[in-house]
Design a protein around this ligand. Structure first.
Ligand SMILES: Cc1ncc(COP(=O)(O)O)c(C=O)c1O
Length: 401
């Protein structure tokens, strides 16, 4: 009989030749347990998904309650599903700039696609500006926003009309012009290796968009829902987008995403022609019930209010000769090492010794820390102890006897 691992390799599609292959048994709070009896401290949150930890009781209850009522009933936008209404109402209360209309989808990349279409339809313009070293998703439109052609080369041509500028370089903002439908950018560049915006950069983007009538689309798919110490990073950096993209931790572990815009902009999809964007499963009631429970837990509790203190605690512990820099915005952190050669040893040792960390897409000298926001001080201490031991191990690999 082949093992589950063998069957996995044979029948489940892989995206690399070196999958991590943890055979998951269950997950709870800060920990993921594997079938071979190991327990891992999650310092990764499945790339910023499990911000409330695994199986938060409020999320589990909301999903179970919804399962007892109904699942899918009709393609998007025809029936009224209470979870969609209650989430959208609660979210709108915490957003400004007229962001009061929520279009639900299933994944981050779908939110990006929807926003690009909405911006083009609303403005009647074609041009889309994106930032170098940004990752917005893997469907063809989102993939076209990726600047690094070593990734995109095999899929070209992408969608026409996309132009790249460098994040944080205000001298390039002239690329946003009267032909531009929108600029799409992350408030903190995630996959580049956590680069927060420099002083007033986002405000300058906002200003330039106003001047030329382009829409500002903020991708808060990684930064949203408390990750940076604020409910949304645009609050932290004091700027309001025209369209907001949310996903990942939105569903507390369930797959759901959305783009959010003022009703007046969103109505562009309902007219001339109508059905401008449609989906069968977007905003599935069980997933949006989970999203509502997640948001309610965040806004009524005190989880993300403690994020900045925990960020400082990580900074105070992460001191080692092979650490070049720790960049962070809340609990979205990149630890940059002095030499690229150390990275794989640090990552492998850390995982083998019971803590999960990960690489970035566009940074070969840094590793990612994005733990659930509920991480305790003791767990930060424990995680950092493993990381520092991993760095010692990496150094020992290159020591001459
Ligand atoms: C900033 C950002 N945008 C969009 C996406 C795409 O999200 P998804 O994988 O849910 O399609 C990601 C995924 O990592 C992301 O980090």
């Amino acid at each position: 009989m082949p093992s589950i691992r063998e069957l996995y390799l044979q029948h489940v599609a892989q995206t690399s030749e070196i999958p991590m292959m943890l055979e998951i048994s269950h997950a709870e709070g800060m920990y993921i347990y594997t079938k071979d009896g190991k327990k891992y401290l999650d310092l990764n949150s499945g790339i910023s998904v499990s911000s409330l930890g695994h199986r938060h009781p409020n999320v589990i209850k909301a999903v179970k309650d919804q399962l007892d009522k109904h699942l899918h009933t009709m393609v998007y936008g025809e029936h009224i599903h209470t979870p969609q209404v209650t989430f959208a109402q609660l979210l709108s209360k915490h957003l400004d700039n007229g962001l009061d209309s929520v279009y639900y989808l299933n994944s981050g990349t779908e939110a990006v696609e929807g926003a690009m279409k909405l911006a083009r339809k609303y403005t009647g313009r074609y041009k889309i500006v994106a930032c170098s070293n940004a990752y917005h998703g893997s469907t063809l439109g989102s993939e076209s926003l990726r600047s690094d052609d070593s990734f995109t080369r095999s899929f070209l041509p992408g969608i026409p009309g996309v132009y790249h500028i460098d994040f944080n370089d205000e001298n390039q903002l002239d690329w946003i012009d009267e032909d531009t439908a929108c600029i799409i950018l992350e408030p903190v560049q995630a996959e580049a290796g956590v680069y927060p915006p420099q002083q007033d950069y986002l405000k300058k983007v906002r200003q330039r968009c106003k001047e030329v009538g382009a829409l500002m689309v903020l991708d808060e798919i990684q930064t949203g829902f408390g990750r940076t110490g604020f409910l949304f990073a645009h609050k932290k950096y004091d700027v309001e987008p025209d369209i907001l993209l949310i996903a990942k931790s939105m569903g507390g572990g369930m797959p759901v995403s959305a783009f959010v815009a003022p009703k007046e902009i969103m109505m562009a999809f309902a007219k001339k022609p109508m059905l401008g964007h449609i989906t069968t499963f977007g905003g599935h009631p069980a997933c949006v019930a989970a999203a509502h429970a997640t948001l309610k837990t965040l806004v009524e509790g005190d989880i993300y209010q403690d994020v900045l203190r925990k960020e400082q605690l990580f900074h105070s512990k992460l001191k080692h000769p092979i650490i070049k820099e720790v960049r962070s915005s809340g609990l979205m952190m990149a630890v940059e090492l002095t030499r690229r050669k150390y990275l794989k040893h640090v990552v492998n040792y850390t995982i083998e010794n019971g803590a999960l960390i990960d690489y970035f897409l566009f940074n070969s000298t840094s590793f990612r820390l994005a733990p659930p926001l509920i991480i305790s001080d003791e767990e930060i201490e424990k995680g950092c102890t493993i990381l520092l031991a991993a760095m010692e191990y990496a150094v020992s690999k290159y020591k001459k006897n």
